[in-house]
Design a protein around this ligand. Structure first.
Ligand code: ANZ
Ligand code: ZN
Length: 817
């Protein structure tokens, strides 16, 4: 009789038993070896759990289970990121109030999550829409406000006409709304900003030591965009005014033949009466406001601009009078909002110079002649700018200097005359968090005509999100809360006079920027997070989630952590010591999306194959950090593998408790792979081991079978528990300490797993000249290198031409000379 594999029956059974016996609950206070295993919490969409969620959660859960068996007290919490435009838009579509719909979605999600068999600690669940959570989100805002890190600014902001709200910089992807993909437009608006830029340097610097996926760090580094350069003052002729430009290439200053201002630059307004073509300039400025930022900076050939007629600037280095232009490819909020144009050495400037017939002066040539210089057309005009560093010429006393040195010298020289200074600029901008929407935590601020903006008193928190029947965005630029009179009218916390509440709500990303601090402290009603718990459990040991959050959630979380640290509310600067971005799951090599109709619904597969098979299939698709491609045909193979595990249980010689070399090799391989999240190759090793146990009597020992179940436990937790109880424990009554998941992770004997070695025979022209010890699987390339490094060989080989190399793997290498 073979053990029949019946996942539908055993999975439900074990989930129930584990829950009843609280197997995975951690005593957060008593834990001796705390290990905070965090995964990005889901947004509970109405469609239910996406297979992409399942992919991420499984990878994280396997890691948590592995650490647990290694003896750590693993805390693996889960929750719901349930506020936000996405949820709200769906509620609008369905015509169901979000307060009802989101509750329903969460219930559904929870069931689906339970089906997956993770070691979630449900006692510490977090729901960001819950009063006892968003109260503390508001509290967080107040702390930031009191520290001067939340400020109200009027600024051009991105407005999504479809979502009818402003968006943060990070939520605009190639000029489109991250949520609904509509083209965003620019609006001038007064809004709340969080001063993430105060931490730009620290956000950048700490990337040097945090253990994060390289690609995520790379994305953050570029987003922060630190740039070290010089600010140079260009006086305006016949005026007291001057224009500061920011450049990283002060070495090219002698080649500057005009200046370009962004359309928003204040000089235009200040020198209006000297501009002779003011009407046309104003028209140009007006038009550029209609364009999105991406449209403005995209490398389109036709860079537009207009000259400010009637005024000229002076190049401080050679007193040359140069024209001033306004062009929208220069951005107002980067650097000083003005540039010195050097067409010979900057392609954008060259394109522009050609269009407006402006002079081009070359001042840098390549250090080595063989390097290609600027490309010229037949009439001698530059075709391509030479943008590299090199040697200066046409640059007066700086001729002959190398670019790098010239930058220092020119800056120093101008600085002495008060015409320049070193400057650092970052591309990162402050985080705009106001949303003119309904479904979010109300920003806890009150405006009083006498006292200005006042923070709500902490004892008045939470500011309840009122039930609003018509929660749809109005398109008036105001949140639906603005029409709730009872909500709007408030007492000024300062003078107690009549005042008005802020009616915008917080960006959802503020909710998720601190949830990891809440999980260990959900038992505390009177504080956002408890000192002792926070000291014990944070920073997070490992965080796993999607790369798409690199500059959103992951950057915001780092900022909030740094801000709280600067306020001495926590004693660490970085929330996640280790972060790993998982890969993307595709279907038939295309992205899964609702519009393509190729989204895999996990429910179907739980039902048909069980969670264990689904978990293992997903992890088998490819390296976890690279992702994989879902193909329905593949899942059967994994199912058959688990059936084989089941079947082999009957073949085991229960009296033989010996282990084999293969068992030790498998433990080593699986352990190392789990350390590195290489789940696919760990599964391969388990498959090889299982095949041997199934077919080779020598391997059919009880100890081998035990090892197999232990190694399988993180991947297929239900089946391994079932077989463990039945064949190893053999006690009908389940005890927590007897669970396969309570058993320590198996160890291997390093002597047994030593790779096999042999003596590589080295021949010259077929005659044996030496023998060297080597690994059995040494490659031809390595064998050759090893042989040639052998001094004894030199007298046979040195000075002769090697005509041919013959390599017999595992035996010999022969040089024909
Ligand atoms: C003169 C120059 C000559 C430049 C040359 C480059 C090459 P990063 O490294 O990205 O910081 N720039 C400065 N402010 C700008 C703005 N508001 N909008 C658009 N472009 C701006 O780039 C710094 C360079 O970007 C600066 O150096 C400036 O052009 C341009 F051969 O100045 B450069
Ligand atoms: Zn007041």
């Amino acid at each position: 009789m073979f053990e029949k594999y019946n996942p539908q029956q055993i999975e439900k059974k074990w989930q129930k038993i584990w829950e009843e016996t609280k197997l995975y609950q951690v005593d957060l206070k008593a834990a001796k070896k705390p290990y905070y295993n965090l995964m990005m919490f889901p947004y509970p969409s109405a469609e239910g759990l996406h297979v992409g969620n399942v992919y991420a959660f499984t990878g994280s859960d396997i890691h948590g289970r592995f650490r647990r068996m290694q003896g750590f007290d693993v805390f693996e919490p889960i929750g719901f990121d349930a506020f936000g435009i996405h949820s709200e838009n769906f509620a609008i579509k369905k015509g169901i109030h979000p307060k009802i719909l989101i509750k329903r979605n969460i219930t559904h999600f929870k069931q689906q999550l339970k089906n997956l068999g993770c070691i979630f600690d449900w006692k510490h669940e977090v729901d960001t829409t819950n009063l006892n959570y968003y109260k503390w989100t508001q509290w967080l805002f107040l702390q930031l406000f009191k520290a001067g890190l939340a400020v109200r600014k009027k600024a051009p902001v991105d407005w999504c006409p479809s979502c009818k709200t402003v968006l943060a910089d990070e939520q605009v992807i190639s000029g489109r709304c991250e949520r609904c993909d509509s083209q965003v437009i620019q609006k001038e608006n007064e809004q709340w900003f969080l001063k993430i830029t105060d931490f730009a340097e620290k956000l950048l610097k700490n990337l040097d030591w945090i253990d994060w996926s390289e690609k995520t760090k790379f994305t953050q580094k570029n987003w922060i965009g630190k740039s070290e350069g010089t600010e140079i003052k260009f006086p305006i002729l016949n005026s007291v005014l001057s224009i500061d430009v920011f450049t990283t290439r002060s070495d090219t200053l002698f080649g500057c033949t005009y200046l370009v201002l962004s359309p928003e630059h204040s000089v235009i307004e200040n020198i209006k009466n000297q501009i002779s073509n003011l009407k046309s300039v104003e028209k140009y400025v007006e038009n550029s406001k209609k364009k999105t930022e991406t449209e403005r900076v995209l490398e389109v050939k036709e860079k537009t601009g207009i000259e400010l007629k009637g005024i000229k600037a002076v190049n401080p280095v050679n007193s040359r009078e140069i024209p001033i232009f306004v062009a929208d490819y220069v951005l107002s909020h980067y650097g000083t909002g003005a540039i010195m144009a050097v067409p010979a050495h900057d392609q954008r400037d060259l394109d522009f110079a050609k269009r407006y017939n402006l002079p081009v002066i070359e001042t840098i040539k390549p250090t080595f002649k063989k390097e290609k210089m600027s490309v010229e057309t037949s009439d001698g005009r530059l075709e391509t700018a030479y943008e590299e560093d090199g040697i200066l010429f046409n640059s007066g006393r700086f001729d002959g200097l190398d670019s790098q040195i010239a930058r220092e010298r020119i800056t120093e020289w101008l600085a002495k005359k008060g015409q320049a200074k070193k400057a650092i600029h970052y591309k990162l901008r402050d985080w705009l968090i106001s949303r003119q929407r309904y479904w979010g935590a109300p920003i806890p601020m009150i405006f009083c005509k006498t006292c200005g903006w006042q923070p709500v008193l902490e004892e008045d928190l939470p500011i309840l999100l009122p039930y609003v029947k018509n929660f749809r965005p109005k398109g008036t630029g105001k949140s639906p809360l603005a029409s709730v009179v009872k909500f709007v009218n408030a007492k000024c916390p300062e003078c107690k006079g009549p005042a008005k509440r802020e009616t915008d709500v917080c960006d959802t990303f503020l909710d998720s920027a601190w949830y990891f601090l809440r999980y260990p402290s959900t038992d505390f009603d009177n504080k956002a997070f408890d000192d002792e718990m926070t000291k014990k459990w944070l920073p997070v040991a490992i965080y796993i989630g999607g790369q798409e959050h690199a500059v959103l959630h992951l950057m915001y979380s780092r900022f909030v952590t740094m801000a709280l640290n600067s306020l001495k509310l926590i004693d660490f600067e970085e929330p996640f010591k280790k972060f790993r971005a998982h890969g993307l799951l595709t279907k038939n090599n295309t992205k899964m999306s609702k519009s393509k109709g190729n989204v895999v619904n996990p429910d179907e597969y739980y039902k048909k194959f069980g969670a264990d098979t689904l978990r293992m299939y997903l992890m088998f698709l490819g390296p976890f950090e690279q992702g994989g491609d879902w193909q329905d045909s593949g899942i059967m193979g994994v199912k058959r593998f688990l059936e084989k595990v089941c079947n082999s249980s009957e073949k085991i010689d229960k009296t033989n408790n010996g282990t084999t070399v293969l068992a030790h090799q498998t433990i080593k391989k699986v352990t190392e792979d789990l350390e590195n999240l290489k789940y696919n190759t760990a599964i391969s090793a388990l498959m090889i081991f299982t095949n041997k146990i199934a077919d080779d009597p020598k391997n059919q020992t009880l100890a081998n079978f035990k090892t197999l179940l232990l190694l399988l436990a993180p991947f297929a937790p239900h089946l391994s528990e079932e077989l463990w109880q039945k064949y190893i424990i053999k006690n009908p009554e389940f005890k927590v300490q007897n669970s396969v998941h309570s058993h320590p992770w198996p160890k291997y004997d390093s002597k047994l797993v030593m790779e096999e070695r042999f003596f590589l025979v080295i021949q010259v022209n077929g005659k044996v000249r030496d023998k060297i010890e080597a690994k059995i699987d040494i490659s031809e390339k390595k064998a050759k290198a090893l042989a040639l490094s052998d001094k004894k060989m030199w007298k046979w080989i040195v000075g002769r031409e090697i005509k041919k190399v013959i390599f017999v793997p595992g035996k010999l290498i022969n040089f024909v000379v």
